[in-house]
Design a protein around this ligand. Structure first.
Ligand SMILES: Nc1ncnc2c1ncn2[C@@H]1O[C@H](COP(=O)(O)OP(=O)(O)OP(=O)(O)O)[C@@H](O)[C@H]1O
Length: 815
C-alpha cells in the first residue's frame, strides 16, 4: 500500500499506456527520478541546454526557478508526482539549443528560401540520433509523464524526428555533433524539445489524456462525499461471530434514533428490518432495487446497501455484514455507504475481519472509531460422528448445506427418500418471499417439514430453528465470472453457515456442525477453530459512479461503456486501502446492449448496472429486448398472458419460474430508474411477482410430495416382499425381524398400490420405511435405498452380531 501511495503519477501513466514496465518505471522514479547513468564528458552542456529549452517552452527566463511540470488537478492526492531530477550541471551559455519557436521560425524561413540549412552530413547525424531517441523506452516513459499516451507515442516520435530533420538549425546540429553516438545526455537535451513539440503538434490529445488520467485517479475516495465529510461521524463497529447479538444491538440504536437508515446485503434483510421496526411502532420505509415502500411520517429507511441515499442526514445508520466491503463484485456498495453516509453515528456489524480496514477508513474520513466486540451467545460444537449412514442419518432440525441448485435438489430427494422427512429448501435464486415462506415452514413446529436443505444463502438474514448444520461438501466454486475455480469453502463462510445452528431464541440451546463425509471433518474443524484475528479483509471495493464514467467518456469518445469500465478496472489508480471491483458482469451487460442504437451514455450505463445474471439466458434476452423497446420510444410493457398459468409441475418448470421472476425483478429495477412512462404498470408487475412467488412456494411443496410418490411408485413396481410382513408392520407389531421389516416397506407399498394407484403407493412406501427407521433397535444404516438405474432396491444389511436378528444375512428387495 505504501509503495502504491508513493508511486508517482508517471507510473500510473505507464499503466495507462498499457505497458508492462511498471516496476522498472516505478523504481526509476522512486529513486528520486535521477537517472543512474554516469554522465559522459560533454554531456553537461547538453543537459543544461536541455533545461533551458524546457524553460523556454514554458516561457520562463533562463535562471528563473524551475517550475514543476503541470500535473493533473487532483483533490488531496497523497503525493504530487515527481519529475526526474536532473543531475546538477554547471550552467552553459544560453542559446546552445534553439527553442521550438526558433525552430518553427527557421522552418518557415527555409520554406521561403531564406534560412541557412545545416550541412547534409550534420542532418544525417541528427537523424541517426533522433531515431535512437524515439526507440528508447526511457523516452517513452518520460513521454507518458507529459501525457503522451502509449498509442500516440510512435506517431509523436516519428513526427518529431521528421520535424527536426526539416527545421534543424546549424546551431542545433553543431551542439549535437559533439556527440558521436546516442547517450543519456543527448536524450536529456532533446526531451524538452520533444515536450514542446508534442504540446504544439498533439496538444488536444495530450489534454484529453491528462483528463482521462485524472478521471482514472481514484485515490482518496473519501473526498468524493463532501456532505458526509462535513459531519464528524462516530463509527461504531459491532464485531463478533454469528449469533452474538451484534445486529440486535445495532438495530436497538437504530430504533432509538429519530432518523435512521439500515443498509443490508439482501432484499430479504431489508424486509425483515422494515417489518420488525414498523411492528414495534418505529415507522420505516423500504427501498430495494425492486420496490420503494413509503410509510407516512417515517423517519427510517431499510434498504439494500446499493440503494442507500447519501443525501439524507440520519442520526443513526446501520451497515450490516460490513466484511462484504471486501467482496470482489459488490464490495463497492459497502465502501460507498461507509464513506458517504451523512449520519452522526454509523453502526457497522460483521465479523471482525474488517476492523483494521474500517478503522483506517474512519481515520481517513476524520471520524471517530469505536470497537464493540461480542461473543457467541449459545455454544456451537462439532458433531464428530458425521453421517456414517449417509442421508439416512439426517435428523429433524438438521440443515443440509450444498452450494449449487442442482446439488440441493439432488440432496433434497435423497434426504426425503432416506428419512421420510419433509424438507424445506432455501437458496439465493428463490425470491426473498419464497425463502421467507420456506423458513416459516421449517420453523413451524406443527409443519411436517423437519429438515432444511439450503445453500450458503442461510448464512445471512433469516432466523432458522436449526439444531445441526451438515455440510454436504467443503468445496465450492468461488470467484467472479471468468475467474471461477473450485476450492475449499472460505473459513469465514463456514463459520457463518455453521453458526446458524443453535441460534438464540431457537428450540436448540446448543448448536452442532458436521460433515456428510468424515473426510471433510478436519476442514470443518479447522475453519471453526480459526481465531477471528486470522480472518482479514484487506481492502475495500471501489467502482466508478456514472459521473466518473462520463468524465472518461468525454475524453475517450471512441470507447464503449464496456471498454470504459474495463479501462477503469485495469488502469484506475488506487491507494492500498482500496481495490477495484470486478466489472466482468457489468461489462457483459453493457456489451449486450451495445448494438442498441439511440441510447445515451447514461442509459447504457444504467442498463449495464441492472441486476442481470450472466448465466441466465432468459434475463439476458430480456435486458436486450427492454433496451430495444426503450430506445425505440415504446413503453416497455410485460404481457401477463405470457405468464405461467399455475404452479410449477417439475423442477425445470420451477427453474423457469425463477428466471421469470428475475426478469420481472429486472423490469422493476429499470422502472425505478427510468421515467415511469417508459416502464408503465408497476403495480401490475408487482402482482405478477407476488403470484409467481406463491406458485413457486406451492410448487416446492408439491414437488416434494410428488418425489415421495415417485420413490414408492418404483417400490410398488417391483414389490416382492412377504405380504405377512406388511401386515405385521401395518398391525404395528413391535420390531419386526430385519428381513421382515424390510419387506414391510414393500408390502405396505403394494397394499397402497391396490388401494390408490402410483402416487399413493410411493408415499406409503416412503412412510413405511420411515417407520422402520424409527424402530429403536434399527439403526438407519440398516436400511439403504440403492438406485441401480431406474428401479430401487431396498437393502437391509445384517444386524449387529449381538442382536438376535432373524437369519443374520440381511435382505435385499427390489422395489
Ligand atoms: N439482548 C438480546 N435480547 C433478546 N434477543 C437477542 C438479544 N441479542 C440477540 N438476540 C437475538 O439473538 C439472535 C441473534 O442475534 P443477532 O442477529 O443480533 O446476532 P448476530 O451476531 O448479528 O448474528 P448474525 O450475524 O448471524 O445475524 C436474534 O434472533 C436476536 O434477536
Amino acid at each position: 500500500a505504501e509503495q502504491q501511495q508513493r508511486q508517482p503519477l508517471g507510473a500510473a501513466l505507464a499503466g495507462l499506456a498499457g505497458r508492462h514496465q511498471r516496476g522498472q518505471h516505478a523504481s526509476a522514479s522512486a529513486s528520486g527520478g535521477g537517472w543512474p547513468a554516469p554522465w559522459p564528458s560533454g554531456a553537461r552542456g547538453l543537459s543544461s541546454a536541455a533545461e533551458r529549452a524546457e524553460q523556454q517552452t514554458k516561457g520562463q527566463q533562463p535562471g528563473q526557478k524551475k517550475q514543476q511540470p503541470q500535473q493533473p488537478q487532483q483533490p488531496q492526492q497523497p503525493q504530487q508526482p515527481q519529475q526526474p531530477q536532473q543531475p546538477q550541471q554547471p550552467q552553459q551559455p544560453p542559446g546552445q539549443l534553439p527553442s521550438l519557436e526558433q525552430l518553427l521560425a527557421h522552418e518557415r524561413a527555409l520554406l521561403r528560401g531564406e534560412g541557412e540549412p545545416p550541412p547534409p552530413r550534420a542532418v544525417g547525424h541528427l537523424a541517426g540520433l533522433l531515431k535512437r531517441f524515439g526507440a528508447q523506452s526511457s523516452v517513452r516513459d518520460r513521454a507518458l509523464r507529459i501525457y503522451v499516451p502509449g498509442d500516440l507515442y510512435p506517431r509523436a516520435a516519428a513526427a518529431f524526428r521528421k520535424f527536426l530533420q526539416r527545421a534543424a538549425t546549424p546551431a542545433l546540429c553543431q551542439a549535437l555533433a559533439e556527440h558521436e553516438s546516442y547517450s543519456r545526455a543527448v536524450e536529456n537535451a532533446l526531451f524538452p524539445l520533444f515536450t514542446a513539440f508534442c504540446r504544439h503538434a498533439f496538444g488536444q490529445q495530450l489534454t484529453a489524456y491528462e483528463r482521462a488520467v485524472a478521471a482514472l485517479d481514484l485515490r482518496a475516495p473519501h473526498s468524493w462525499f463532501p456532505y458526509a465529510r462535513a459531519i464528524k461521524r462516530r463509527i461504531v463497529y459491532h464485531g463478533g461471530p454469528t449469533n452474538s447479538g451484534k445486529t440486535y444491538n445495532a438495530l436497538r440504536a437504530l430504533a432509538g434514533a429519530g432518523r435512521g437508515v439500515y443498509c443490508g446485503p439482501l432484499r430479504l434483510l431489508a424486509m425483515e428490518v422494515y417489518e420488525s421496526l414498523n411492528a414495534e411502532g418505529v415507522r420505516c420505509d423500504m427501498v430495494t432495487g425492486q420496490e420503494v415502500l413509503r410509510v407516512p411520517g417515517s423517519g427510517h429507511t431499510a434498504c439494500t446497501v446499493e440503494m442507500v441515499a447519501l443525501n439524507r442526514h440520519a442520526d443513526v445508520a446501520v451497515i450490516d455484514e460490513i466484511q462484504m466491503i471486501g467482496d470482489e463484485q459488490r464490495g463497492f456498495a459497502w465502501t460507498r455507504a461507509l464513506l458517504g453516509l451523512p449520519a452522526n453515528e454509523v453502526h457497522v456489524c460483521g465479523d471482525t475481519s474488517a476492523v483494521a480496514l474500517v478503522r483506517q477508513i474512519a481515520a481517513d474520513c476524520g471520524d471517530e472509531f469505536e470497537l464493540r466486540t461480542y461473543e457467541r451467545m449459545t455454544p456451537l460444537a462439532v458433531d464428530e460422528g458425521c453421517l456414517p449412514n449417509g442421508w439416512a442419518d439426517v435428523r429433524p432440525g438438521d440443515a443440509v448445506v450444498a452450494f449449487s441448485r442442482q446439488q440441493l435438489y439432488h440432496i433434497r430427494k435423497e434426504v426425503e427418500r432416506a428419512t421420510g422427512h419433509r424438507t424445506c429448501i432455501v437458496y439465493g435464486a428463490l425470491p426473498a418471499e419464497t425463502r421467507r415462506a420456506q423458513a416459516r415452514l421449517f420453523n413451524d413446529p406443527d409443519a411436517p417439514h423437519k429438515v432444511l436443505v439450503a445453500s450458503d444463502a442461510i448464512g445471512m438474514g433469516l432466523n432458522f430453528n436449526i439444531r445441526r448444520v451438515v455440510f454436504s461438501t467443503m468445496a465450492k466454486t468461488i470467484g467472479a465470472k471468468g475467474r471461477q475455480a473450485k476450492g475449499p469453502v472460505p473459513a469465514s463462510l463456514v463459520k457463518q453457515i455453521a453458526g446458524r445452528a443453535g441460534r438464540r431464541n431457537s428450540d436448540y440451546p446448543q448448536g452442532y456442525a458436521t460433515t456428510l463425509d468424515p473426510a471433510d471433518l478436519p476442514a470443518l474443524k479447522a475453519a471453526l477453530a480459526l481465531p477471528p484475528e486470522a480472518l482479514h479483509t484487506p481492502a475495500a471495493g471501489l467502482a466508478p459512479e456514472f459521473e466518473m464514467v462520463e468524465l472518461l467518456a468525454g475524453q475517450l469518445q471512441h470507447l464503449s461503456v464496456e471498454q470504459l469500465l474495463k479501462k477503469f478496472e485495469s488502469e484506475a489508480k488506487l491507494d492500498g486501502t482500496y481495490f477495484f471491483c470486478n466489472q466482468e458482469s457489468v461489462a457483459e451487460i453493457a456489451k449486450l446492449v451495445k448494438g442498441v442504437a439511440d441510447l445515451s451514455l447514461k442509459d447504457r450505463f444504467t442498463f449495464a448496472m441492472a441486476p442481470v445474471s450472466s448465466r441466465d439466458e432468459l434475463v439476458k434476452n430480456a435486458v436486450q429486448e427492454f433496451a430495444h423497446w426503450y430506445a425505440a420510444g415504446s413503453p416497455v410493457i410485460l404481457d401477463p398472458s405470457r405468464m405461467p398459468k399455475g404452479p410449477p409441475k417439475s423442477e425445470e418448470d420451477l427453474a423457469h419460474m425463477e428466471s421469470l421472476h428475475r426478469v420481472l425483478s429486472l423490469w422493476m429495477w429499470l422502472s425505478l430508474r427510468f421515467d415511469e412512462a417508459c416502464f408503465p404498470g408497476r403495480e401490475k408487475v408487482a402482482r405478477m411477482m407476488t403470484q409467481l412467488c406463491a406458485w413457486m412456494g406451492e410448487g416446492l411443496a408439491a414437488l416434494g410430495e410428488r418425489r415421495g410418490a415417485a420413490a414408492a411408485a418404483g417400490a410398488a413396481a417391483g414389490a416382492g416382499a412377504a405380504p405377512e410382513a406388511g401386515a405385521a408392520a401395518a398391525a404395528g407389531e413391535a420390531r419386526p425381524a430385519w428381513p421382515l421389516a424390510a419387506a414391510a416397506a414393500g408390502g405396505e407399498a403394494r397394499q397402497a398400490a391396490a388401494r390408490g394407484g402410483g402416487g399413493a403407493v410411493a408415499r406409503a412406501a416412503a412412510l413405511a420405511v420411515a417407520r422402520l427407521l424409527e424402530e429403536p433397535e434399527m439403526h438407519p444404516s440398516m436400511v439403504k435405498f440403492v438406485r441401480p438405474t431406474t428401479a430401487y432396491r431396498l437393502v437391509v444389511p445384517p444386524p449387529p452380531p449381538e442382536e438376535p436378528g432373524d437369519g443374520g444375512e440381511g435382505a435385499a428387495l427390489l422395489l
